[in-house]
Design a protein around this ligand. Sequence first.
Ligand SMILES: C[S@@+](CC[C@H](N)C(=O)[O-])C[C@H]1O[C@@H](n2cnc3c(N)ncnc32)[C@H](O)[C@@H]1O
Length: 256
Amino acid sequence: MRAVDYDTEQHQDYARGRALGERQLRVWIDAFDAALPGRRPLAGLDVGSGTGRFTPALAEAFGPVVGVEPSVRMREVAQAQSRHPGVRYVPGAAEEIPVPSDSTDYALLGWSWHHVRDKPGAVRELARVLRPGGRLLLRTNFSDHHPRPWWLEHFPGGYEADASIFQPLHEVIALFTSAGWRVVGFGTVTEPSTGTRAAVLERLRLRTLSFFSQLGPDALETGFRRLEEAVAADPDSPAPVFDEPLLTLQWKPSGP
Ligand SMILES: C[S@@+](CC[C@H](N)C(=O)[O-])C[C@H]1O[C@@H](n2cnc3c(N)ncnc32)[C@H](O)[C@@H]1O
């Protein structure tokens, strides 16, 4: 994929373009809850925390969280938007997480795995910081288990361009299991509709999805024109929902 530098693009509009309401956030937190051990508090990491869409809600639900984020600008937005006492944002990346070894009960890698350049290095680093039995919530797409958002079909070659950003599921699983991890869950999560079709189109115009960086100007222009026509025919109905994969892995499981 074409690399996205969040310090020069997206940071101004990300929080607005990718905003989640309370209902959407609740569905994600419930899905993470179901994938985590029941005891509280849990020491958490939000790796690639961005503008902190999830970080305060993770702290509220599970216990203290360190948001690890390489982009200075994305971190600035996160810090300005939330002062949750259980949240700390630090510079870092999946390949270099500035917390002690064996210090963490779970890590969320939410919508950030496709940006990680050194994936084997990240697998090692996540294993270093997680306690034995710790969980990794890998919320990412896979080229062969790819969501079909309702708006994507309007962009020429959109589905293929979006899917090509991601690895196939078996490749991700092999990367982790060959390094001592175990798969403990794979399913999908369906966010409630985030507004009308017209409201979602307004947010898409902000282009805060890596997908838009992969398309040339012609495909972008055609796609938005077609999408506008489709939305104009039915602007006020709720935007259709779609399923998003969640893979849960466990580091160094004890027992069978
Ligand atoms: C699509 S945003 C997701 C942000 C946040 N998790 C969310 O769901 O809103 C992807 C984030 O991954 C970050 N990122 C880029 N390279 C990374 C890496 N190697 N390790 C961790 N995060 C990275 C980007 O700076 C960006 O903030």
